[in-house]
Design a protein around this ligand. Structure first.
Ligand code: PEP
Ligand code: MG
Length: 360
């Protein structure tokens, strides 16, 4: 069975057998190379540091940090705990999970994303009224929209996070921010809980850093208003690109139709990165796009210096980072975007192959 190709070979011929063995051998060799790179810095050939963090959602995921040698958790999807539970997880239970994850991460940062539930991530124990049926759940009453309307859930989560991070730096990030006021309200809610705990002489985080996810294209038009208020921005390319192309991210017929390396997406991201740089706000990518080596190379070419990806992608992406000259990739991307190149994927692949940069 070839799980990479999603293929089950029935009665393979000797040729097929041999080809399969070769492939397996190459994969194992590459894996060993990635493992050997675990403790090497994630720095480009011209000395540019690219932070490599992992996406996580379960207590066990924190162990991946050491296994792959990541710089931290760039996206902790807190809704996982809610989705796998038969009843609403109590605040103490949430707090235990957050503390365990922070302890496992040690000095490395963990960016907790407040719950992204609702829409297609419906909770069985959360009552919905009949008029809440949604035709387009991905664009519906989910994430921050739901959290601000049902703020008891968000308040409990904020307290759990603040108490879990006592004596440490707490990073909180809000999903699906569409307008700056939503971010402001969410931040005020967390700050209010902080004051509440302070008044009760509870031990608090030494600092709280607040971030917003850019997943809704409209937010990109008001970054000049939002950025002075945030500590960091994280681009969620899974949702962002489905909204940019109006193409459902889970639809099998559309999965391959629009390319992450399309000029529309790259120009959009380029503008966002430049606006963040102008405001001196750190910006990263935490969608799946950053976990693919060629896409990650393009993102570095746009000026992205923080990627949060699945643990399995850290090895291949780090190998690519250590092989490229970021200045050269940046010049190449500028060229491709300005000239309106049609097949950016082909051009980048060719460029990498001419320099013997492995993208596997
Ligand atoms: C995203 O949308 O890119 C993202 C990281 O969030 P999620 O995949 O959890 O929606
Ligand atoms: Mg998302």
């Amino acid at each position: 069975m070839d799980v990479n190709a999603n293929a089950l070979l029935i009665r393979p011929t000797p040729d097929m057998d041999e080809a399969f063995d070769n492939k397996l051998h190459v994969t194992q060799k590459r894996r060993a190379e990635f493992a050997a790179m675990r403790d090497l810095p994630s720095v480009t050939a011209d000395g540019q540091r690219v932070e490599l963090m992992v996406n996580a959602g379960l207590r066990e995921d924190a162990q991946a940090l050491d296994m792959v040698g990541a710089d931290g958790i760039g996206l902790f999807r807190t809704e996982f705990q809610f989705l796998v539970s038969a009843t609403l997880p109590q605040r103490e239970k949430q707090q235990r999970l957050y503390k365990d994850v922070l302890d496992a991460a040690g000095d490395r940062p963990v960016i907790f994303r407040t719950v992204d539930i609702g829409g297609d991530k419906a909770l069985p124990y959360m009552q919905r009224e009949d008029d809440e049926h949604e035709d387009n759940p991905a664009m519906g009453w989910r994430a921050l929209r739901l959290a601000l309307d049902r703020d008891a859930l968000m308040k409990a989560q904020a307290r759990a996070l603040l108490e879990a991070a006592a004596g440490k730096i707490l990073h909180v990030m809000f999903p699906m921010v569409s307008e700056p006021w939503e971010y402001e309200e969410a931040r005020a809610l967390v700050e209010h809980q902080r004051e509440w705990l302070l008044a009760r002489k509870k031990k608090l985080p030494i600092a709280v850093r607040y971030g917003a996810m850019l997943e809704v294209p409209a937010l990109a038009e008001v970054l000049d208003i939002l950025l002075p208020r945030v500590d960091f921005l994280s681009i969620g390319t899974n949702d962002l690109t489905q909204f940019l192309f109006a193409a459902d991210r889970a639809h099998p017929k559309l999965a391959e139709r629009y390319d992450w390396l399309s000029i529309a997406i790259l120009r959009f991201l380029d503008r966002v990165v430049r606006t963040c740089q102008a405001h001196a706000v750190p910006v990263g990518v935490c969608g799946e796009m950053g976990g693919r080596t060629l896409e990650a190379m393009a993102l570095i070419g746009l000026g992205i210096r923080r990627l949060s990806i699945t643990p399995a992608s850290v090895g291949p992406v780090k190998a690519m980072i250590r092989a490229i000259d970021a200045g050269e990739v940046q010049a190449l991307m500028r060229d491709l975007l300005d000239s309106g190149e049609r097949d950016i994927r082909a051009r980048l692949t060719q460029w990498a192959s001419e320099r013997h940069i492995e993208l596997g």
